[in-house]
Design a protein around this ligand. Structure first.
Ligand code: DGY
Length: 409
């Protein structure tokens, strides 16, 4: 579809701020971590040098402790809250104080495979940076090999029902009065509630007051939840990093150890009560009991057992467009509200990659076609209503355009 291809390229160009891309003007006017990796894959389809530049700009914000922030505030823009002053990041660039799902190593490997001559020098420089970042996850977010988050924003799945129980245990005391900007760009019903925003800001405040001291956060934060997004994505990322390290003669022992540890730790996310992977609240010891689209990243993580297959087929059968971010059979499901139901194209890409590699090429292809049809129906929106593909959230969205170009078209 030439018209849509051109529109997708125009969206990437329009969101390009020179060396980095914003997810969408207004709602998200800075560089976001995993958004940028998907942007790079979109650029790669017509400009591979620009793809590498995107990634290098992201890593220029890496903190001395190895963390790669979830937002880099290259140029202050009052259309977004909370900005750099609220975060008080302590890295080389103004940034947030948390990270985001480490899809980078996997797509850096893809980019390299597309053009080894162009990619080699980039990969050589990025291997130690990726290794430092992955070590940061293992050190500060690891719990018996399962990977936790210290803030829902770290998973990208901001208001998933998985956080309902951990959030109910948090009293957001001492959060200064604030004014949300997101609801000036997007209707309220498609965004998180104030109840959640109070707690998001409370956790930011705790982190900032500690000077983003990870030892302190690990020991004291009321929010520490092991999550399938992080666990499966990091597991996968380490396999790809290992392949790159082997090819470039970089050290591999430590990475092999991480793969074994996370492979075992992933089983901590198995909830026998629902027979599925979900979140595990480390503070309470309770599983979340919700099947999310992240639950279906187990194949992407390289767990080639098919215990999630029946859930996948059931959930795919419930809505016209899949994969909904929360199980439509769960009482918390809200088909328009951000991560409580809507479909996210980049999650579908990851899920399909895993399905394909696990020998379910037919399901992967069906999901690709379904995603393509959804985008063709609803446009390049941030996310979509699973019932009919109604576009929701931000428009002219970078990662939806990129996923279209790289995969769904
Ligand atoms: C937001 O502001 O909604 C973002 O998801 C935070 O990363």
């Amino acid at each position: 579809n030439l018209a849509l291809d051109n529109e997708a390229r125009a969206i990437l160009a329009g969101n390009d701020r020179g060396g980095y891309t914003v997810p969408t003007a207004g709602l998200y006017p800075y560089q976001w971590n995993w958004d940028s990796i998907f942007a790079a894959m979109g650029f790669a389809e017509h400009d591979r040098a620009r793809a590498w530049a995107e990634i290098e700009t992201l890593f220029s914000g890496q903190w001395p402790n190895g963390m790669v922030p979830h937002i880099l505030f290259h140029k202050v823009d009052p259309s977004y809250f909370p900005g750099p002053d609220i975060w008080g990041g302590v890295g080389p660039l103004p940034s947030s104080g948390i990270s985001q799902p480490p899809v980078a190593a996997t797509f850096i490997r893809c980019l390299y495979e597309q053009d080894k001559a162009l990619g080699a020098a980039h990969v050589r420089a990025l291997i130690p940076r990726l290794t430092d970042w992955h070590r940061w996850f293992i050190t500060w977010r690891g719990e018996g090999g399962a990977i936790c988050v210290s803030h829902p924003w770290e998973t990208g799945r901001d208001n998933a029902p998985d956080w309902d129980a951990p959030f109910a245990a948090i009293e957001p005391v001492g959060v200064e009065e604030y004014r949300r900007r997101d609801t000036t760009h997007v209707v309220e019903d498609e965004r998180p509630r104030s109840y959640e925003y109070d707690r998001y800001l409370y956790l930011v405040k705790l982190g900032r007051e500690s000077g983003w001291d990870e030892a302190h956060i690990k020991a004291d934060s009321p929010f520490r939840v092991a999550d399938p997004t992080m666990t499966f994505i990091l597991l996968r990322a380490n396999r790809d990093l290992l392949a790159l390290a082997r090819e470039f003669g970089a050290p591999t022992d430590e990475i092999e150890g991480w793969i074994a540890a996370i492979g075992a730790g992933a089983e901590r996310l198995w909830n026998p009560e629902i027979g599925a992977y979900d979140c595990l609240d480390i503070r309470s010891g309770q599983h979340s009991g919700v099947i999310s689209n992240a639950s279906f990243l187990s194949w992407y993580g390289g767990l080639h057992d098919d215990r999630m297959l029946a859930h996948f087929e059931r959930i795919r059968g419930l809505t016209r467009f899949g994969v909904p971010s929360a199980d439509p059979g769960h009482p918390a499901y809200e088909p328009r509200r951000y991560w409580r139901g809507p479909v996210w194209a980049m999650m579908n890409w990851l899920i399909a990659m895993g399905l394909d590699e696990a020998g379910h090429g037919d399901l992967a292809e069906a999901l690709r076609l379904n995603t393509g049809e959804m985008i063709a129906t609803g446009g390049f929106a941030e996310y979509f209503d699973p019932r009919d593909g109604t576009p929701a959230g931000g428009r002219n969205f970078t990662w939806t355009a990129a996923v279209w170009l790289a995969w769904a078209s």
